[in-house]
Write a protein that binds this ligand. Structure first.
Ligand code: AGP
Length: 607
């Protein structure tokens, strides 16, 4: 997730662009840049690092240009660097482009353009847009942009600045957001409303697959076939802080609701109808066959995502799996060597314990694959291979969209290993891929139950203890649900393997004790049901989560939530969403600082 801005009007563009980027820094902040028109051509200034680095570079000069574009980056393709920062230009410097999104077919486009003689400077997917516009340009910028977008597969919000058309900006969006701010003889283009609020509250919201052409005096919308579109003005009533949260009260709630898009982006370009493609992982079938063990190592929520991986890799790829908390792993002299595949998972890519486990694993000769949400992070740089989750910046301390996209990345890696070892039939792989592609939409379905979960949260407002129970993958999700509730509502919550209750914990169940019972694993359902009856017999208040169609369950619990049917192994991605919402609503109801809970930090970079 990146931030893009554009401006055309009567004011000097540079201060306007920088201010807009500052307001969008929460969308990405590993590098930034701007492009303006000056006598003789397009002038680009960009740099790796925080926006302040770019501001310092620009402070050394004065600029009179009143048209420009800008970008603050959250890297997906190409590590953070000066050359990979946006804007990007074509071969001759006639067009400059900024882009938020993922171009899935950029490699084939880049190969074709290079065969046509285009010279590329960066490692990014975005740069292909500039060269495509150059390729199709025959005097009409809008037409060149339309032809460019017709070749692109993926998501984008993009603005194009051209030296050949100094009086206009052309922009377009598909799957990534974009708005137009309306000024007096000036127009603003941005990823999101915060970037323009200091100048105007009157905006146009671009619909999907829509283009816009702005001059200082005019704005024109059309579809990708060039057909004009009329739009109504959307007047923004939010204050700037609320606008950064997209109108949500907290970043955590925004990030919970961003999960369908984060899940879709993380799958982008990695699935065909019958195959997983992980360009970032370079393991031959022989290397995969040589692994006699997999060790998954992480902390906190990332560790809980790792627990999901154990079942998948063992059952699909037939490789024994150990899952460790990083702070334990590094001190137990783990038996790992060159026949071990170590998977480290870290949203921030900077967690000290996880980084230490990665280094320990490499020292012992293991192959290390990282799953991380931050391109260029320490974990990403030091692992042999990296699978990036494309969830965008996660601001809330309580991890949500990172967790569900980490599970997706683990599923992709497990399928990649399974393909290499041919331990499952092609028919089965095709079926699970088909299910995986439907997960983002099913996540959207689950989010529609947010109102019911908010009602349920009222019961938890004054409780002091809560239990989460489940079997198999439900037990793994129960541990994540319990952590979510603990870390932001401060209720003492514990997760237990449902079959373990009778070995002691059942003694804690008294009348009204809230028990969240997860029963989505159809092969374990009957066993879980008997455990639910155990706690119900002690007058617990049981809230059950099960799969659609399982209507007998509601007779055994006090309240039931049904989740869309999917493969057992994929259900954790859906089951966790109401648990995230429950934790959020309870924390908010208790008046806690939801985004910044006491005693905790977003990235624990110390031991
Ligand atoms: C998750 O809600 C917590 N904030 C915490 O457990 C977190 O998952 C853990 O610190 C690991 O962080 P990482 O994924 O950045 O390594």
């Amino acid at each position: 997730m990146c931030g893009i801005v554009g401006y055309i009007g009567c004011k000097p563009a540079v201060p306007v662009l920088l201010e807009g980027l500052k307001k969008l820094e929460y969308r990405g902040y590993d590098s930034s840049g701007i492009a303006i028109l000056e006598e003789g051509g397009i002038r680009i200034t960009k740099s790796v690092g925080k926006l302040a680095v770019l501001q310092e570079k620009l402070a050394k000069r004065t600029f009179s240009s009143t048209i420009g574009i800008g970008h603050t980056r959250w890297a997906t393709h190409g590590r953070p660097s000066d050359i990979n920062a946006h804007p990007h230009m074509d071969c001759h410097g006639d067009f400059a482009v900024v882009h938020n999104g993922i171009i899935e077919n950029y490699l084939e486009l880049k190969e074709w353009l290079m065969a046509e003689g285009h010279c590329f400077r960066s490692e990014t997917d975005t740069e292909v847009l500039a060269h495509l516009v150059e390729h199709f340009y025959k005097g009409d910028l809008e037409e060149a942009v339309r032809k460019t977008l017709a070749k692109v597969v993926g998501s984008y919000a993009t603005v194009i600045l051209s030296y050949k058309h100094p009086d206009m900006l052309v922009a377009a969006r598909k799957d990534s957001p974009m708005i137009v701010g309306i000024g007096e003889n000036e127009y603003y283009i941005a990823s999101d409303i915060p970037a323009v609020l200091n100048h105007t509250r009157n905006t146009y919201i671009l619909e999907d697959e829509e283009m816009v052409t702005v001059t200082a005096q005019s704005v024109k919308f059309c579809d990708f076939q060039g057909k004009r579109r009329d739009k109504i003005i959307f007047e923004v009533t939010w204050d700037p802080i609320a606008a950064e949260k997209g109108g949500y009260e907290h970043f955590m709630l925004k990030e919970i609701f961003e999960q369908p898009k984060a899940l879709k982006d993380t799958l982008a370009g990695r699935l065909t109808a019958d195959k997983v493609i992980l360009q970032e992982v370079d393991l031959t079938p022989a290397e995969v066959a040589a692994f006699n063990k997999v060790a998954i190592v992480a902390c906190g929520t990332a560790y809980h995502a790792g627990l999901i991986g154990r079942g998948l890799i063992e059952h699909w790829a037939k490789i024994p799996v150990e899952v460790d908390i990083a702070s334990e792993f590094r001190y137990r002299s783990p038996l790992i060597d060159e026949k071990t595949l170590v998977i480290v998972i870290s949203q921030s890519g900077e967690t000290a314990d996880t980084l230490a486990a990665l280094r320990e694993s490499k020292k012992k000769g293991a192959r290390v694959v990282a799953i991380t949400n931050v391109v260029g992070s320490s974990v990403a740089r030091e692992a042999h291979d990296v699978i990036h989750t494309w969830a965008g910046p996660e601001i809330a301390v309580a991890s949500t969209k990172a967790y569900t996209t980490q599970i997706e990345a683990i599923v992709l890696l497990a399928l990649y290993l399974t393909q290499a070892k041919q331990t499952m039939s092609q028919e089965w792989i095709t079926e699970i891929i088909s299910e995986l592609k439907m997960i983002p939409d099913k996540a959207e379905e689950v989010l529609k139950q947010a109102g019911r979960v908010q009602e349920l949260a009222k019961y938890f407002e004054h409780v002091e203890n809560a239990f989460f129970i489940g079997r198999g993958l439900d037990w793994a999700v129960a541990q994540e649900g319990s952590l979510k509730l603990k870390e932001i509502s401060y209720i003492h919550a514990e997760a237990y393997a449902a079959g373990e209750l009778k070995h002691g914990t059942l003694a804690l169940i008294t009348e009204g004790t809230p028990v969240i019972a997860l029963a989505t694993q159809r092969d374990l359902y009957d066993k879980t049901l008997s455990n639910v009856k155990e706690v119900k017999a002690r007058d617990a208040r049981v809230i059950g989560f099960t799969f659609e169609g399982n209507h007998g369950f509601d007779k055994s619990v006090d309240e039931v939530f049904y989740l869309p049917l999917t493969a057992n192994e994929l259900s954790p991605i859906l089951t966790v969403i109401p648990l995230q919402l429950l934790a959020y609503y309870v924390s908010a109801a208790r008046g806690n600082d939801v985004d910044k809970p006491r005693n905790l930090a977003k990235s624990v970079t110390v031991e």
